[in-house]
Design a protein around this ligand. Sequence first.
Ligand SMILES: Nc1ncnc2c1ncn2[C@@H]1O[C@H](COP(=O)(O)OP(=O)(O)O)[C@@H](O)[C@H]1O
Ligand SMILES: [Mg+2]
Length: 492
Amino acid sequence: MPHDAPHWVRSTQDVLKSVSLVPRTSHKGRVEEISDGVAMISGLRDVALDEVLRFEGGQTGFARVLDPDLIGCVLLDAATEVQAGDAVFGTGEVVNVPTGDALLGRVVDPLGRPLDGKGPINATMHLPIERPAPSIIERDLVTEPVQTGVVVVDTLFALGRGQRELIVGDHSTGKTTLAIDALIAQAHSDMICIYVAVGQKTSSVRRAIDALERHGDFARCIVVVAGSSEAPGLQWIAPYAGMTMAEHFRDKGQHALIVIDDLSKHAATHREIALLTRQSPGREAYPGDVFYIHARLLERAAKLSKARGGGSLTALPIAETDSGNLSAYIPTNLISITDGQIVLDAALFHQGQKPAVDVGLSVSRVGGKTQAPALRNAAGTLRLDYAQFLELEVFTRFGGVPDGRVRAQLTRGARIREALRQSQHMPFRLDDEVSLMRAVQAGLLDILPLVAVPKFRAALPEIVVRETDKTLMDALANLAATLADDKPDTPQ
Ligand SMILES: Nc1ncnc2c1ncn2[C@@H]1O[C@H](COP(=O)(O)OP(=O)(O)O)[C@@H](O)[C@H]1O
Ligand SMILES: [Mg+2]
């Protein structure tokens, strides 16, 4: 070998040394049957669960069902490219994906192949998509907050790092928007964002990526896409692949936030695969393990102990309901797996109350303790006031003249409702949220006509930046006074 040869040119001796002389056996199977996304294979022995199988045309799939004589293989490529009679080989590897910092700022498919035309991804490591969740001793309590920038979430349903919070609601009630807004808000934090789109329309994925690029810090985001027209196998592995990519940051002691949009579509894909591989159907025709596959997935979100580096992985899975039916199989499963849910209501959405969070049905079971003390003090009795207002509002609809105290409660409640409205992709900073809540509690908004509340909100961030702690409330009171004079609308 010449001395000036590049380092990757290996000498003949080196090559010979690396050749294993141990006998290696490999079985060859045969495709017996092929259906949408699934191939049934005979003649392959010694295959492991989730082992990658390679077809003679170069396509791949992984083994999901291991019967003594037939193996159910879920395809990762289009089924049209594989034919009955094709030869199949085991690879001895489980499905794995590239992980590492090289994925940041990229849009990839669930196997980590680039979809954004920005060239190859030089990942340093490949890890299996299925990895065990951290054990109890490796975990710590959820103690640090996640600032979502969405006022109604941060004030009433605060989230913590390591928490799993379900976003659930009917079709087109703002689920994706709420999750994307939480990712956008991380432009002002140290969290890495992972957005996994499973079975979504291409246009909706495009919109999400655009929003992240335009309003967020895309260089700290990874987008994993398995569109609705992709092979079911690709859609099936997408959430697991996203989790593995996110775990890289968790295990390095960093903090990551993963959105899985959505697990209803994932469950439907799981059902499709199960039916094609002839597993017995259970409730709503889902196979019995649908609870387990989602529990296993979401358990990987965790806050790690100091000994493990103190990193965290927060998960915001999304589920879609049908006509607001939270007690359907998949939503109830997910509600019981997660640490709380944010329920979006179609009726509220159509009334223009966006984000359409149903305050009565939503809950955050672990994040409350992590809420910034300033915000907790400022939000104070907000939840109670608001709940009482919603009840009173129903009663007063039946007529009757409310007395002074009730009228004051109605005035305050209506202002709280306005204050919780927020247009998309405009996250609030913590200081803004605290100041808004202090203004509500101090009654500054009570003198405003309802239409002026959005103006008050819009003007608030600038004042928060400009004023000091001492002068802030006075400045906000001045703002309220000008807006009250400005727009003498019909008081409500
Ligand atoms: N807070 C909001 N302000 C204004 N428009 C919103 C808001 N949230 C959602 N939307 C709009 O509502 C539509 C449906 O939202 P989307 O997040 O796609 O719903 P889902 O994911 O539940 O199907 C989108 O066009 C989105 O722009
Ligand atoms: Mg959506």
